[in-house]
Design a protein around this ligand. Structure first.
Ligand SMILES: Nc1ncnc2c1ncn2[C@@H]1O[C@H](COP(=O)(O)OP(=O)(O)O)[C@@H](O)[C@H]1O
Ligand SMILES: [Mg+2]
Length: 166
């Protein structure tokens, strides 16, 4: 059964800190799917995850290359940003842009615009939907459908957060 958790942040650094907790718990084969509109904070959260994995920054979105493999952390990381693809294109272009490699078990995949993955959506991935509720406030809805994702969700909600406040 899916496990879910909702939290809110009141500044970008708090969103990055949430990402660092997820990244610190990530193992090869894990995937984190980030959903939400432009400016929702997907890249901020992805940057925190990469920091938590020990990848040296900075961590710009691979907006034009769609996929960037990042080294230097505990595992190889594929940072994916599907902004420039429609859902049907992502489905067709998945092989070309290396989604099979991104979701292979020797690394960690972090996907922005994951709502566009279509049939490529991995079964056991932590899904985070981000929403801007005020200029500096974001609401995040996390969902875990399998054991890998539940480990990441447990890490995300650690640190004794009061009422889902990060
Ligand atoms: N609580 C917050 N969490 C994340 N980002 C925030 C927050 N408050 C303000 N921001 C700002 O919102 C912007 C989010 O941008 P970005 O992460 O690139 O969004 P996306 O990748 O979803 O398009 C950044 O400029 C960031 O500084
Ligand atoms: Mg982005």
């Amino acid at each position: 059964m899916a496990e879910t958790w909702t939290c809110a942040t009141d500044r970008a650094e708090a969103t990055a800190a949430l990402g660092r907790r997820i990244g610190a718990a990530a193992l090869a084969g894990d995937a984190v799917l980030l959903c939400g509109p432009v400016g929702a904070g997907k890249t901020v959260l992805a940057g925190g995850i990469l920091d938590g994995l020990g990848v040296p920054g900075p961590h710009p979105s691979p907006t034009f290359t769609l996929v960037r493999r990042r080294r230097g952390g505990r595992w190889p990381v594929w940072h994916v940003d599907l902004y420039r693809l429609s859902e049907s294109e992502a489905g067709q272009a998945g092989d070309l842009i290396g989604l099979d490699e991104a979701f292979a078990s020797d690394g960690v995949a972090v996907v922005e615009w994951a709502e566009r993955l279509g049939a490529w959506t991995p079964a056991d991935a932590l899904r985070v939907e981000l929403r801007r509720s005020a200029p500096d406030a974001r609401e995040m809805w996390l969902r875990a459908d399998g054991p890998r994702a539940r480990r990441l969700l447990a890490a995300a909600r650690s640190e004794g957060l009061a009422a889902g406040k990060v």
